[in-house]
Design a protein around this ligand. Structure first.
Ligand code: ADP
Ligand code: MG
Length: 153
């Protein structure tokens, strides 16, 4: 019986991305599993002054925030697509997913709701605090996932 049919691979576009995708892809080949490459865009927090919208949050700033998020999303699509092509050339069935929200919560929820059997993440990503072995995303996913997690270092 195959126990790994769907693999969720979390990519952040950092130097870990290629290696994480490779491990996900290799496991997908061996398990004959479907693979989804996911990137989550966390919108920047807009700090509102007490009292509401009418005071000092000009509309231009909100538009700018939206544009930045769109820019990040389209960049995410690009690097996910590049990795998808590489994996498809090995004969894999690959989907890509760009989501908005809190990074680790979004990955955890999608994995559980869609019955993924394995999550693959890098030990670190873009962050430059090297004091810890795990970044906050990989740390939270490894602790709270409903399924096994492979941490690629
Ligand atoms: N925005 C994201 N979308 C998808 N996966 C992510 C995202 N951010 C981090 N990850 C996953 O978590 C791994 C560890 O990243 P993270 O915990 O953010 O460490 P760091 O603090 O070094 O950035 C990444 O290699 C990637 O697999
Ligand atoms: Mg990070």
């Amino acid at each position: 019986m195959r126990i790994v049919k769907k693999i969720l691979v979390a990519l952040d576009g950092s130097i870990y991305t290629e290696k994480v995708a490779k491990y996900g892809g290799d496991l997908a080949l061996r398990y004959d599993a479907k693979i989804t490459l996911i990137n989550v865009v966390e919108p920047p927090t807009v700090v509102m002054p007490v009292g509401g919208m009418e005071t000092s949050m000009p509309m231009v700033e909100i538009e700018l925030t939206n544009r930045i998020v769109e820019e990040i999303e389209s960049n995410a699509k690009k690097f996910l697509d590049q990795n998808k092509k590489v994996l498809e050339s090995k004969g894999l069935d690959v989907d890509i997913l760009v989501e908005k929200g809190n990074i680790s919560n979004t990955i955890l929820t999608i994995a559980e709701q869609n019955n993924y059997d394995l999550i693959v993440v890098g030990s670190r990503g873009h962050g430059d605090i090297k004091r810890f072995f795990l970044g906050s995303v990989s740390d939270k996913i490894s602790k709270h996932a409903h399924c096994p997690v492979l941490i690629v270092r």
